[in-house]
Design a binder for this molecule. Structure first.
Ligand SMILES: Nc1ncnc2c1ncn2[C@@H]1O[C@H](COP(=O)(O)OP(=O)(O)O)[C@@H](O)[C@H]1O
Ligand SMILES: [Mg+2]
Length: 362
């Protein structure tokens, strides 16, 4: 994964409003995608992801602000002159053309000389491992294979930027995971900037250099997958990414510089250096940061709360265990074992480390 601090796409005060809508579909003050980056836009349905891509591609006009590709303000540049290509969810290959002809098509349209067309098409098909099926027609290959050819057709003309709008959502889970590897590998090889739109956090976190989380047309957080996962900047991001408990806590002494603030959860008190103000707060604690142990076993983490198991959900590779401690409910991932050790109504200890919590004042 190569990426530099060399901006290739830049939004400046971009606002897009559809007629009749009470709020803008997209409202972004400043936002940069770097050359060679695998960049993802992740958000729930209706959050403005496709709108962002269509603005970059030039299929939509912003109501205000500017969009740059490299140094050029492209706000008034039509789509076909932006050197940007798009892969959609529905791969829309030409059904009456062989796969090879599908990939050849954009080069023929661009007037590339015949001598180099063959070589570039072969190369592109090889990169998506479709060279052996090149003479088949779209209906003679699987959905995943069609999507790979659609990719080849999109990058064969070597655009500066490739936009991908939920390109895997029509595929089944196994194929989607295979395709994630194909995409990451491909992006590394061809070095084109990828802007990838998805509502699937697994895809965004696993493939990207950086991720922008959008909701309600606004960027909520823009950072590396690691930072987004471990340092969510809001309750929204903490709850949207991964699985988190939102725990009510009370903080005392946050204003003092000499001693750490002390938080209380279900009557248990512990130092919480991350707390910035006294009073009621929310702690986001991930399911995997909570340990559930029997009362007579040593609990692995510092903060220990006694409770009762209220539900166990068997998920195969893990169990989700719901535990009621006083008036709060906690959900923890627990290792799934054939001889399930936790059952409904059982007394248990829930423990966690204060450093594994994100603190929110709202
Ligand atoms: N052509 C359109 N006309 C009117 N409203 C639209 C149009 N396209 C999208 N919207 C609205 O704009 C918002 C963002 O849509 P979109 O960018 O497609 O979201 P996403 O791709 O994240 O699902 C949604 O509320 C959607 O209903
Ligand atoms: Mg969309």
């Amino acid at each position: 994964m190569t990426s530099s601090n060399d901006p290739i796409i830049r939004f400046k005060n971009v606002v897009k409003r559809y007629p009749g809508a009470p709020t803008p579909a997209l409202d972004v003050a400043e936002f940069t995608i770097n050359r060679g980056e695998f960049f993802s836009i992740l958000g729930p349905s209706g959050s403005g992801k496709t709108t962002a891509l269509r603005l970059i591609a030039g299929f939509e006009q912003a109501d205000g602000g500017q969009i740059f590709v490299g140094d050029q303000d492209v706000t008034d540049v039509p789509p076909y002159r932006r050197d940007i290509n798009t892969v959609f969810q529905s791969y829309a290959l030409f059904p009456h053309m062989s796969l090879r002809d599908n990939v050849t098509y954009p080069l023929r349209m661009a007037g590339v000389d015949k001598g180099s067309i063959r070589k570039r098409v072969d190369e592109a098909l090889e990169m998506v491992a479709m060279e052996k099926m090149a003479d088949r027609f779209p209906h003679q290959v699987s959905g995943g294979q069609r999507q790979r050819v659609a990719l080849a057709r999109a990058f064969v003309g070597r655009p500066k930027v490739l936009l991908l709008d939920e390109p895997l959502s029509a595929l089944d889970l196994n194929l989607r995971q295979q395709m994630q590897h194909v995409l990451v590998d491909l992006q590394r090889k061809i070095g084109i900037t990828f802007v990838y739109v998805t509502h699937d956090q697994g895809e965004a976190l696993s493939m990207s250099n950086r991720v922008a989380i959008v909701s309600g047309g606004k960027i909520q957080q823009l950072d590396t997958p690691n930072a987004i996962y471990y340092e969510p900047n809001s309750r929204f991001v903490a709850q949207f990414i991964g699985k988190s408990n939102l725990v009510q806590a009370h903080v005392a002494g946050a204003a003092s510089a000499d001693v750490d603030p002390v938080a209380t959860v279900c009557g248990e008190r512990f130092a919480l250096p991350a707390a910035k103000q006294s009073g009621p707060i929310n702690l986001a604690v991930r399911f995997e940061s909570l340990a559930v142990t029997k009362p007579d076993e040593p609990a692995p983490h510092q903060v220990r709360l006694m409770g009762k198991v209220s539900d166990v959900l068997f998920l195969g590779h893990t169990c989700e265990v719901k535990v009621k401690c006083q008036d709060q409910e906690f959900i923890a991932f627990a290792p799934a074992r054939r001889d399930a050790i936790l059952s409904h109504g059982q007394d248990v200890c829930v423990s966690f480390n204060p450093n594994d919590c994100a603190v929110f004042n709202d």
